[in-house]
Design a protein around this ligand. Structure first.
Ligand code: FEO
Length: 172
């Protein structure tokens, strides 16, 4: 059974995972508008992944006898100065998510809530991957500087992202 405070903290994280999905969908729309279909595709895949993260928390709260209470999702930004600025924004957002997951982990330890601790371990590892994948794209974009050719090359690469739909289905 979750304590009321842990239930509240997990509900708060459901909101942030959905906010991440919303933010990346907003970025997909931004890239779509620029004609960068590969970036848009990558962001839409990321939106699906963030929804899966939210649903993992949803399922866990229910399994532990808690009550999911959805909260208001803030409006994400809709414009960025450049594609690089958007990706840097995304990377910083992921760093914030990592801090939130770490704080949740600290709280689970304080509460002696071992089940939540084990559940959160998956997210601790996932955040390493998230920061790495966003960081790699930012680094590539910095390397090409303002070269349109370089940007279209990265765009083609990002168009190849394949989403594991089985993974998403498991969380539904
Ligand atoms: Fe749900 Fe991108 O972290």
């Amino acid at each position: 059974m979750l304590t009321p405070k842990m239930e509240e903290a997990l509900n708060e994280q459901i909101k942030w995972e959905f906010y991440s999905a919303y933010l990346y969908l907003s970025m997909a729309a931004y890239f779509e508008d620029l004609g960068l279909e590969g970036f848009a595709h990558w962001m839409k895949s990321q939106t699906a992944e963030e929804t899966m993260h939210a649903m993992k928390f949803y399922k866990f709260v229910n399994e532990r006898g808690g009550r999911v209470r959805l909260q208001e999702i803030p409006q994400p930004p809709i414009e960025w100065e450049s594609p690089l600025a958007a990706m840097e924004y995304a990377l910083n957002h992921e760093r914030e998510v990592t801090k939130r997951i770490n704080r949740l982990m600290d709280f689970a330890k304080e509460e002696g809530d071992h089940a939540t601790e084990i559940f959160l371990q998956w997210f601790v590892s996932e955040q390493v991957e998230e920061e790495d994948s966003f960081g790699r794209i930012v680094n590539q974009m910095k390397l090409i500087k303002d070269s349109p050719q370089g940007l279209f090359h990265i765009d083609r690469e990002l168009a190849g992202r394949v989403l594991d739909l089985n993974l998403l289905a498991q969380e539904a």
